[in-house]
Design a protein around this ligand. Structure first.
Ligand code: P1T
Length: 379
C-alpha cells in the first residue's frame, strides 16, 4: 500500500460500540470489570486507552513498525528510551541536536550514572571511534536541530549492530513521510509528535516506534510504570493531524525549497543550512534516505552581530517568533537564546551553533507571501 493511503487508513477501525468512523475520545480514567480480571482488555487508563491505542496503531503503520507507543511529550519519549539503560552504560549522541534532549541527558541522566559521549555523527567514523564495551545506545538526530546535519542511518545501524548497542533515531525533522529509520536498520524511532505529526501547533506529544517485541514490552513497561502518557483528547488531535501528513509535508518541502534557494541568493545572507543544496555536506546521504528535504532551514547573516539577527527575528510578520516547528504556520526561532539555550555557549559555538543563527520552520502558506515577509525583515 502506498504512503498516502496508509496515512489515511492507518489504525482506523470503526468504533466497536457504535461504528463511529472516527475513534471517539475515551475520556475515562478506568474501566468497569465484571469480576476481578474479567474485563475487555482495558483496566486503567495509564496502561490502556482506546483513543491512545488507535493512535499507537497508526504511528506504527507510518514508520513501517510493528508497534507504536505514545507519550505525553517528545522529551518523555526520549526519557523512556534512556530508562532502558543502567548506571555505567554509555550513550553515543549527536553533538548537534535539540537543546532539550541535551539537557535531559546531561542534567538529569548523568546524575544516574549514565555516560553520554557527544560526537558529530554525520561522520560515521566518529561514531565507530567512540564505541566501547559499555556502549548500549547510539542516539542520532537526522536532519539535526538546528544545523540540518545529516547522518547515514544505515551506516550507523551497521556499527550499532556490531557493537551490540541499540540505535534510536529522532526522526522529528523529517517526519515519517520523508524518512523511515527502521527500514534502514534502526531499532527505535522517536518523534516529537508536537511537530509534523500533530501538525497544527495545538498539542504536546511524543512517540516511539519499534519492531522488536521484547524491546516494545520493555518500553511499554516503562510507559505504564513511569506514567508519561498522553490524554485521550491529545491522542485524538494527533490522530487527526496525521491524516493530512502527506499533503502538508509536500507543501512544506515545496515552500522550503523555494525559500532556501531565495535565501542563498540574498546579498545579506552569509550561509543557509538546508540538505537540499547539491553542495551541502549531507546532500548525497539525504537524497538516499529521505524522499525530500523538508521545511526546516537555518541561516546566518553576513552581519554576525546579535543585533542584526534580533532585527530580523522581531520584524517578521507572517513568521511568528516562537519555539517549536512543524505546524501549518511559519515560525522563526533564535536557537542560541530559545530552543538551545540550555547548551553551554562554548559547546554551542564549538558545534557551529552561533549566536547569529536563525531557524525557520517554513509553513504551508503561499511561498510568495513568505518571501515578501522575509524580504522586508532582512531588508
Ligand atoms: O517538545 P517535545 O514534544 O517534548 O519534543 C522535544 C523534541 C525532541 N526532538 C526534537 C528534534 C525536537 O525538535 C524537540 C522539540 N523541539 C522544539 C520545541 C524546537 O523548537 O526545536
Amino acid at each position: 500500500m502506498k504512503i498516502a493511503t496508509k496515512i489515511i487508513h492507518a489504525g482506523a477501525e470503526p468504533d466497536p460500540s457504535t461504528g463511529a468512523i472516527m475513534t471517539p475520545i475515551y475520556q475515562t480514567s478506568t474501566y468497569v470489570q465484571k469480576a476481578p480480571g474479567d474485563h475487555k482488555g482495558y483496566e486503567y487508563a495509564r496502561s490502556q486507552n482506546p483513543t491512545r491505542k488507535a493512535l499507537e496503531d497508526a504511528l506504527a503503520v507510518l514508520e513501517n513498525a510493528k508497534y507504536g507507543l505514545a507519550f505525553s511529550s517528545g522529551v518523555a519519549a526520549t526519557d523512556a528510551v534512556i530508562k532502558l539503560l543502567n548506571p555505567g552504560d554509555e550513550v553515543i549522541a549527536a553533538s548537534d541536536m535539540y537543546g532539550g534532549t541535551y539537557r535531559l541527558f546531561t542534567k538529569v541522566f548523568e546524575r544516574f550514572g549514565i555516560k553520554f559521549i557527544y560526537v558529530d555523527t554525520s561522520d560515521v567514523k566518529n561514531v565507530e571511534a567512540a564505541i566501547t564495551a559499555n556502549t548500549k545506545l547510539i542516539w542520532v538526530e537526522t536532519p539535526t536541530n538546528p544545523l540540518m546535519n545529516i547522518t547515514d542511518i544505515e551506516a550507523v545501524a551497521a556499527i550499532s549492530k556490531k557493537a551490540g548497542a541499540l540505535l534510536c533515531v529522532d526522526n522529528t525533522f523529517a517526519s515519517p513521510f520523508l524518512q523511515n529509520p527502521l527500514d534502514l536498520g534502526a531499532d527505535i524511532v522517536m518523534h516529537s509528535a508536537t511537530k509534523y505529526l500533530g501538525g497544527h501547533s495545538d498539542v504536546i506529544q511524543g512517540s516511539l516506534m519499534i519492531n522488536d517485541t521484547e524491546l516494545r514490552d520493555k518500553l511499554y513497561f516503562i510507559q505504564k510504570s513511569c506514567g508519561a502518557v498522553p490524554g485521550p483528547q491529545d491522542c485524538f488531535l494527533v490522530l487527526r493531524g496525521i491524516r493530512t501528513l502527506h499533503i502538508r509535508m509536500e507543501r512544506h518541502c515545496f515552500n522550503g525549497k523555494i525559500i532556501a534557494h531565495w535565501l542563498r541568493k540574498h546579498p545579506k545572507v552569509a550561509k543557509v543550512y538546508w540538505p537540499g543544496f547539491e553542495d551541502s555536506p549531507g546532500h548525497e546521504v539525504a537524497k538516499r534516505q529521505m524522499k525530500d528535504f523538508g521545511g526546516m532551514i537555518s541561516f546566518t547573516l553576513k552581519d554576525e552581530s546579535i543585533e542584526a539577527a534580533n532585527k530580523v527575528l522581531s520584524s517578521t510578520k507572517l513568521f511568528s517568533l516562537a519555539e517549536s516547528l512543524g505546524g501549518v504556520e511559519s515560525l522563526v526561532n533564535h536557537p542560541a537564546s530559545m530552543t538551545h539555550a540550555s547548551i553551554p555557549k562554548e559547546e554551542r559555538i564549538k558545534n557551529g551553533l552561533s549566536d547569529g543563527l536563525i531557524r525557520l520552520s517554513v509553513g504551508i502558506e503561499d511561498a510568495d507571501d513568505l518571501i515578501e515577509d522575509l524580504q522586508q525583515a532582512i531588508g
